[in-house]
Design a protein around this ligand. Structure first.
Ligand SMILES: Nc1ncnc2c1ncn2[C@@H]1O[C@H](COP(=O)(O)OP(=O)(O)O)[C@@H](O)[C@H]1O
Ligand SMILES: [Mg+2]
Length: 308
């Protein structure tokens, strides 16, 4: 790729301090290798080891930091101040996307379907929560990713342990109605939805948890996803509205489910999704003809418009 010089010196930001550091190290190394193979003058930059002031002098940044500090608007704000164009979503969309409750509030306000939920603490009176959400529910830390700190709760007496587990990761915890049905993920490139992927965790896990995501190789990825063409189109259209509603830009991913009645429910948006060669966005991009290297360059190209 002879015109890779147009990107100048690129900082690939990965690692960081969040609970998802290990995932980011994998994703970031894969992106760095892909950019180097494509002739881009790319360098690793781990904000855990270096001051962000050392970013001065880079022409642009490819953000592959997952979770807090990197996916929540903080590093985006630093880059704005330094006037360095960066990949993906801006400060506000990143901050909203990192907060599952704020995301849901925006979707609700935009008449987009998202699973019912309540913010809870160990002192919450559970009876009205169970009356509203039914059982089971899924307990989630509001600001985490990678299924960290989550549990499925089937009985009232199991709430306390699940809240305690989530609280170890986050001061704010939510209970969400359990959706029985099929899980899908919708990737975005250049602000547009790619083919839908169906995720099918193995039968012995309750949901697509951390282990299923990163430590097992028996999760099935359906692409094509098994929906009818009309259903897939309508899910893509729904997710495009959801992506735009939170202010997400460029690339990213939305997780959604379909209940047994056929209704779609939005779960969350990822503004810096996994980018190892076996991650979901690369799989979806491959279905429309992008290999991993081409995908990384396409994501980086978004920054050219910003620097104009
Ligand atoms: N309401 C729900 N009903 C059933 N399963 C869920 C629900 N919410 C999440 N899950 C399962 O938990 C996984 C992680 O939840 P998600 O909201 O995507 O958080 P994150 O990926 O940020 O950890 C999902 O991929 C899905 O398998
Ligand atoms: Mg998810």
């Amino acid at each position: 790729m002879s015109n890779a010089a147009k990107f100048g010196k690129v900082a690939v930001l990965f690692g960081g301090k969040s609970a998802e550091r290990a995932v980011s190290l994998d994703s970031g190394q894969a992106v760095l290798d892909a950019l180097l193979r494509s002739g881009v003058q790319a360098e690793a930059f781990d904000p855990q080891d270096r001051s962000v002031t050392e970013l001065v002098g880079y022409d642009r940044a490819f953000i592959v930091l997952h979770g807090r500090g990197g996916e929540d608007g903080q590093i985006q704000g630093v880059l704005e101040w330094l006037n360095i164009p960066y990949t993906g979503t801006g400060v506000q969309g990143s901050a909203i996307g990192m907060d599952k409750v704020k995301t849901k509030q925006i979707w609700q306000g935009s008449d987009l379907p998202t699973a019912p939920y309540r913010i809870i603490t160990k002192d919450t009176d559970l009876d009205p929560v169970i009356a509203e959400l039914g059982l089971p529910v899924i307990i989630k830390p509001v600001h985490e990713g990678s299924s960290v700190g989550m549990s499925k709760v089937e009985k009232a007496e199991d709430f306390a342990a699940a809240i305690e587990k989530a609280t170890q990761h986050d001061a704010v915890v939510m209970a969400e109605k359990w959706i029985t049905g099929r899980e899908f993920t919708i990737s975005f490139l250049n602000g547009q939805p790619l083919p839908v992927i169906r995720l099918q965790p193995p039968a012995d896990v309750a949901f697509y948890d951390y282990e299923a995501k990163y430590q097992r190789n028996d999760v099935e990825y359906g692409i094509p996803c098994g929906l009818t063409e009309a259903e897939e189109k309508s899910l893509q259209a729904l997710c495009l509205r959801a992506f735009q509603a939170v202010g997400a830009e460029g690339w990213g991913r939305i997780d959604a489910m379909q209940d047994e009645q056929g209704n779609f429910w939005l779960l969350e948006v990822n503004t810096v999704p996994g980018m190892t060669s076996h991650s979901l966005v690369p799989k979806a991009a491959q279905a429309v003809g992008y290999n991993f290297d081409q995908l990384c360059v396409a994501i980086l190209e978004q920054t050219l418009a910003k620097s104009a």
